[in-house]
Design a binder for this molecule. Structure first.
Ligand SMILES: *Cc1c(COP(=O)(O)O)cnc(C)c1O
Length: 453
């Protein structure tokens, strides 16, 4: 007899994972190393620690250590908002009339409204421990900047955020949340940095991009005594911290002897998906279990499904190391009408390698179908999902509907990364029927690919 599954599977505090899991240790083909853009040689620790905190640079380079202890102080911070619930979507299942069993891991129960706090606190902690004065970063939609400003205020670190200009203007409340937590927020591109001035001179009136904000934040970090740069996605260290999501999910499922058939997550730079799937991927690589794993990305920024697997710049100003990843090219600028986040031109090198090895799949979806799924979900499950998270909802619903046709009782787990309260303009355009889908043509993708080194 299987145990009755509750609506929410909560863990006790003492059941929370005490280590992060580094899936690279189990990967047969390791992700390609970061390269120094000048010498094309792998980045050394000495080079990386000019930009990143030393401990984080070590994590970035470590392909062999399977587990990292989570420091006590970080565990204590996690306890303020974790463990996060694994929810059985009984109401959605009923609404869809599907035999599928749907679960979601909800990461939106904190003020930043997303999973990003899991890595923000880790990065701020290592910066503090190193005796730094502060950190710099970029933020696009604003979740990462918010998470980092919360972590920095908790640890009494200075936090300078370069916020993509169009978001800075469209999301003034995000900006004010960051300022409430003591961060300084500058619209990017700005006149404060050399790279910002250069971009403004070349593209007057530009509303900015993530790649451009990254260049500015890196410049400020490397030119200011006592500062380092931190990044909220893409990097292997960020995936490592986000494995707390997957590890908790696994513990919760194991408690009820639930074995998922498929695991679905949205993919921007790949950190939540990488974190959610890592423990399951480890089992898959070691040949212990098999799971279908699906990354979902916007059709307007399709790095996995239409990108090239190549070394590329991580930023517009080309000041960062080169990373081998599925990429649309650092020169790719997503359509301005794209409201759903997940706009970064490249994908985590860990996920890129796993995808290239055929260990996971990818799908792309258009934004109106994403908002349809978001609304369907909100109306029965109550949570108002972030547009990013709703990419995963869309594919989870698709898969549950396939089960309805075939009668299969598949178990589906998806990552619900956050809430969408700051995305109401996007919801508004969806409701007003003015939201448009944009799927770039091959011709549209060309300039991005031509920018590949
Ligand atoms: C940042 C963000 C994402 C995408 O980032 P990943 O690194 O791909 O996880 C997804 N959902 C939410 C709510 C976010 O804030």
């Amino acid at each position: 007899m299987s145990k009755e599954i509750p609506y929410k599977i909560y863990l006790e505090e003492n059941e929370m994972p005490k280590q992060w899991y580094n899936v690279r240790a189990d990967m047969e083909h390791k992700p390609a190393p970061l390269l120094n853009p000048a010498t094309k040689e792998p980045m050394t620790l000495a080079e990386l620690e000019q930009v990143f905190c030393t401990e984080l640079a070590k994590q970035e380079l470590d392909d062999t250590t399977p587990y990292f202890d989570i420091p006590e102080e970080i565990l204590d911070f996690y306890k303020m908002y974790r463990p996060s619930p694994l929810v059985r979507a009984y109401c959605l299942e009923k609404k869809l009339d599907t035999p599928a069993k749907i679960y979601y891991k909800f990461e939106g129960n904190n003020t930043s409204g997303s999973h990003k706090l899991n890595s923000a606190i880790a990065q701020a902690y290592y910066a503090k421990k190193q005796g730094l004065k502060g950190v710099t970063t970029e933020t696009g939609a604003g979740q990462w900047g918010t998470a980092l400003s919360m972590a920095c205020s908790y640890l009494d670190l200075d936090c300078k955020v370069y916020m993509v200009k169009c978001s800075y203007e469209q999301k003034p409340f995000r900006r004010e949340v960051m300022r409430t937590y003591g961060a300084s927020v500058t619209p990017s591109p700005s006149e404060d940095t050399e790279v910002g001035r250069k971009i403004l001179a070349e593209h007057p009136g530009t509303t900015g991009s993530l790649g451009c904000a990254i260049s500015e934040a890196v410049e400020v970090a490397t030119h200011t005594e006592g500062y380092r740069y931190v990044l909220g996605s893409v990097l292997s260290q960020v995936l490592l911290h986000q494995t707390v999501i997957g590890l908790e999910t696994k513990i919760a499922l194991d408690k009820y002897d639930i074995v998922p058939d498929m695991i679905i997550g949205c993919a921007g730079g790949g950190s939540n998906l990488g974190g959610l799937i890592s423990p399951f991927m480890g089992e898959k690589i070691r040949g212990e279990k098999d799971y279908q794993i699906i990354a979902v990305e916007p059709a307007s920024c399709p790095s996995l499904t239409r990108g090239k697997y190549a070394y590329d710049f991580c930023d517009t100003g080309k000041v960062c190391p080169l990373a081998k990843m599925y990429t649309l090219g650092s020169g790719f600028i997503p359509s301005p009408n794209h409201a759903g986040g997940l706009r970064y031109h490249g994908m985590s090198s860990i996920l890129s390698q796993l995808y290239d090895d055929g260990l996971m799949e990818a799908r792309s979806v258009t934004q109106t179908e994403v908002f349809e799924a978001a609304e369907k979900f909100a109306r029965v499950e109550g949570i108002l999902p972030a547009p990013e998270s709703s990419h995963a909802i869309k594919v989870a619903i698709d898969e549950a509907m396939k089960c309805k046709e075939t009668g299969e009782e598949k178990t589906i787990v998806f990552g619900l990364t956050g809430t969408g309260y700051f995305d109401m303009y996007a919801y508004e355009s969806f409701h007003d029927g003015t939201m448009r889908d944009y799927v770039p043509t091959d011709e549209d993708l060309k300039p991005g690919f031509e920018s590949l080194p």
